[in-house]
Ligand binder design. Structure first.
Ligand code: SF4
Ligand code: FES
Length: 281
């Protein structure tokens, strides 16, 4: 997993936004070798390699669909929107968790592009992984607005809940999450503890805790403040580096930690933070 974090950091450092076009110029090729991870969960896994013609705009998903249409129809992949919205085409591309529909071959160096299933998810077949545990963590933090002081049944007293732009700014970037699981796959804590909710669920817990229409942090507290909860994060930051939607889950986790210091029952952790002068409550 350390190797993965190193590669994610190199990926971030090597791709400053301004140099992307220059990189693209260097990477124009007519064909590539596409290495696809194959498994059916029973026999031993292996890679199959396909030679795929590419254009300047070909994405990794286009290349996989070409392989599926013209070389081997049994390749297992999951996708839907083809526009980085549904979050279903996540996979490791050249070792980094990315969306296949959002990764152009011209962004990648070398003549070989390898596609593997996301780490930290059980494999189902080829590039398709099982998201049940991931979605369960998401569900457990109750990602919806709850407020027992708001009357929702009597239509006579229903009113608009007005928010100022600065109220929306507090949670806006976190609401762009498409639940693609790339951050979860890049997280070294998830790799060692599947009970850890992971960067996606924790950043969503933060999103609802700072929404001034919601007052249910108390209900989410048991999950967040658990021994497998938020205190397990050691801020590797790889979650934020791979997020395709500009959400910064590592930031959300740190802000939520600050929030939790007022409520936490985790006395050992609070004492540690107080010793280090980090608890200002
Ligand atoms: S935070 Fe980003 S990487 Fe994680 S699930 Fe949401 S969109 Fe995907
Ligand atoms: S196919 Fe929907 S995000 Fe890639």
């Amino acid at each position: 997993m350390n190797e993965l974090i190193k590669r994610i950091k190199m990926f971030r450092n090597n791709h400053p936004a301004g140099d992307e076009n220059a990189d693209n110029e260097k990477n124009i090729r007519e064909k590539i070798n596409l290495k696809v991870f194959r498994t059916n969960g029973k026999s031993e896994s292996h890679f199959d390699t396909f030679e795929i013609p590419i254009m300047r705009w070909t994405t990794v998903l286009d290349a996989l669909l070409h392989a599926k249409s013209y070389c081997d129809s049994s390749i297992g992949i999951r996708y839907s929107c083809r526009m980085a919205s549904c979050g279903s085409c996540g996979m490791k591309i050249n070792g980094i968790p990315r969306l296949a529909c959002y990764t152009k071959i011209s962004e990648l160096k070398g003549g070989i592009v390898s596609c593997e299933p996301l780490a930290n998810f059980p494999q189902i077949r080829d590039l398709v992984t099982d998201f049940s545990v991931f979605f369960n963590h998401h569900k457990q933090i109750q990602p919806f607005i709850q407020n027992e002081n708001i009357q929702t049944e009597d239509r006579e007293v229903l009113t608009e809940y007005i928010q100022k732009p600065e109220d929306v700014d507090k949670y806006l970037q976190f609401s762009y999450c498409i639940k693609c699981g790339l951050c979860y796959s890049a997280c070294p804590t998830v790799a060692t503890d599947t009970k850890f909710p992971g960067p996606q669920a924790l950043s969503q817990a933060y999103r609802y805790s700072v929404d001034n229409r919601d007052n249910a942090l108390g209900k989410r507290q048991n999950i967040i403040d658990d021994r497998h909860g938020i205190w397990r994060c050691h801020f590797a930051g790889s979650c934020s580096a791979v997020c395709p939607k500009g959400v910064d889950p590592a930031l959300g986790i740190q802000l939520l930690r600050g929030h939790m210091l007022r409520f936490s029952k985790n006395e050992q952790k609070l004492a540690e933070l107080q010793d280090r002068g980090l608890d200002k409550s």
